[in-house]
Design a protein around this ligand. Structure first.
Ligand code: P6P
Length: 335
């Protein structure tokens, strides 16, 4: 389904979601698309706030720290509250989990109607806000378990990533771009602020199978596992000929890797022996997108999407990107 705008045929995100639903989930009641539209509506508001942050005196920190022990930026809280507000009144969302909140938000009892669980990092990379570096929102959507699990909320939330029904991110940069998957390819949309709509820009994205770009914070090299240090030494050899690109904003580093190929890695360090990045609302959604685009995502040993979570905010090491590149990291790092 498409429309005409500025004399060109365009496909909005809403149309695309409905088309996806009609083709792949004809029996769906449209509830799922209303969850996605709640998220995308929130990200339009966040994009506006991010763009005007410097003018609205909402840069800087709130002086608080979150469960991750990180300083909470004013825009973090605004983004968090925006998503909670936009999804909180959707009948079909039962639980929300935010990087900024210690505990899950139980909106409604999980039942056949309010069966969706939305997990999100409202504004990842927020330490970069004040220096105008790209930041992003990452989201993951699960459904309540239907295998007779009893009513314990955490049993419904702590599901492995292969159970996700959708995942995506929005990157707030020179333009605001949304990428999402429902398990039928990765599709990308660019926000047209003049009409407030996300318009299809890339459909069925395929991550290049290789790419001579590695993305890691090399300042921690001496703390990485030996195999990773050997990989990093190899990338600098003349025969390898790799480039290093590291923005320090996960969504931006992943967005480049998805489109151009290469590999992003955040191995364990002495400071973060379990890894720094969170499994449920960072690694899982990006791993779903990577695999749907033909890429790979592991924790150095196993597929990210196979990890059975044991805690809401658990962290994981992450190696994500082109198949050839992640395989090469694994060949050096025996996990
Ligand atoms: P480091 C931002 O704080 C973040 O969570 C990710 O967006 C980013 O990839 C990572 O941390 C950067 O961590 O230790 O390199 O500053």
């Amino acid at each position: 389904m498409s429309s005409r705008h500025n004399n060109t045929v365009v496909t909005t995100l809403q149309h695309h979601i409905m088309d996806e639903q009609r083709v792949h989930r004809p029996d769906a009641s449209g509830e799922f698309s209303s969850v996605l539209s709640g998220i995308t509506f929130a990200t339009k508001i966040i994009a506006d706030q991010v763009r005007r942050a410097g003018l609205m005196n909402i840069l800087g920190s709130t002086g608080q720290t979150n469960i991750q022990g990180e300083v909470v930026q004013k825009l973090d809280m605004i983004a968090n509250e925006t998503i909670l507000a936009c999804l909180g009144y959707r009948d079909n969302v039962g639980i929300m989990v935010s990087e900024e909140e210690d505990e899950p938000h139980i909106i409604k009892e999980l039942d056949e109607r309010s069966k969706y669980i939305v997990l999100f990092d409202p504004l990842d990379g927020s330490s970069n806000i004040d220096v105008n570096v790209s930041i992003g929102t990452i989201f993951s959507i699960l459904q309540r378990r239907s295998d007779g699990t009893d009513g314990r909320v955490m049993d419904h939330i702590l599901q492995p990533g292969y159970n996700q029904v959708a995942a995506g991110y929005v990157i707030y940069s020179s333009s605001t771009v949304l990428a999402y998957t429902t398990g039928h390819g990765v599709h990308m949309f660019t926000l047209d602020p003049s009409i407030g709509a996300f318009l299809l820009s890339k459909e069925n994205i395929s991550m290049p199978v290789s790419g001579k770009t590695y993305s890691v914070n090399e300042a921690y090299k001496s703390q990485f596992p030996d195999g990773v240090q050997e990989y990093l030494d190899w990338t600098k050899t003349k025969e390898a000929g790799y480039s290093l690109r590291y923005i320090g904003s996960l969504v931006a580093d992943f967005h480049r890797t998805l489109l151009k190929g290469g590999v992003f890695l955040y191995p364990p360090t002495q400071k973060t022996p379990e890894g720094k990045l969170r499994l449920m609302y960072e690694a899982n959604p990006l791993a779903f997108l990577a695999e749907q685009a033909g890429g790979v995502a592991t924790d150095g040993r196993q597929r990210i999407l196979d990890i059975v979570p044991t805690a809401l905010h658990e962290r994981t090491p992450l190696v994500i990107g082109s198949k050839d590149e992640t395989d090469r990291v694994s060949s050096f790092w025996k996990g």
